[in-house]
Design a protein around this ligand. Sequence first.
Ligand code: PAF
Length: 302
Amino acid sequence: MQNNSQVTCPKLAIVGSGAIGGLIGFKCRQLGYDYQHLVKSQQSPIHLTDISGESHSLTPKISLISKPQPFDLLILPVKAYQVLAVLKQLHSYIHPQHLIVLLHNGMGTIEQVKEMLPNNPLIAATTSYGAFKPDTNTLIETGLGQTHLGWINDVDETVRHAIEPILSALLPPSHWHQDISLALWKKLAVNAVINPLTAIYNIKNGELTNAKYQETIHKICDEVSSVMGATGYSVSKAELVTNVRQVISATANNYSSMHQDIKHNRPSEIDFINGYVTAKATTLQIEVPYNQRMLEQIKLLE
Ligand code: PAF
């Protein structure tokens, strides 16, 4: 961010045009923001159905990721395992004043990005926004889930005041946290339950209310709560279970992202979800057999 005009009216670059990236681009267009999608190849128009059921035909503004137009704010709504590869590809276009927004399930990428881009202002975000892309040209907004955001490093007040309303308008309803790690851990517990179970049993999120899954849900939450406690985030198993149940009911009709990844033979984010819990637990010498089992079963399906 070099001067005030860039702060008040930043140029946004959104990596990819997946479900969440596509929705962010749509919101940018509606709000009149200066944006581009960074993509690998040319794209045809998208047919979008918004939350009210209204249809829109969109021709997203795109640039090839190999040749991006100038930007101030780079949003990465990509899978956790793609973050480093994308940043490496864009490395020569990223300057220290550029803001980076990480937006994905799971944990573990913040440390990697801080190592690669130590001077860039960094925001970590996680969303339960409901979006579904059944094919490359169709995008459906399925729910307005909460988005949690937080700054990873200290930035100037003027930058914060300019950037936070922009991101809040793109991903409503949103909540900014002093310490985003707590929110990321809570969302990690949600994903550690819903994602592997729906993928392993080939079910929609809502089917996890069935009695036969309750013991596993409790055990996974209990293990995550222990690991969280040992890293300084004290949240009870009961609170994590309540939170998981709320998301199961709010997204009952959705197939989770991991269900979709396994179904379409794509790699999953398991290493950044139950894999992250398991790796932290090993360092802390805590037993997490249920998370370990989720990790192993998804690895077998991948
Ligand atoms: O990964 C997902 O699918 C989502 O984070 C969530 C909230 C579990 C809903 O399906």
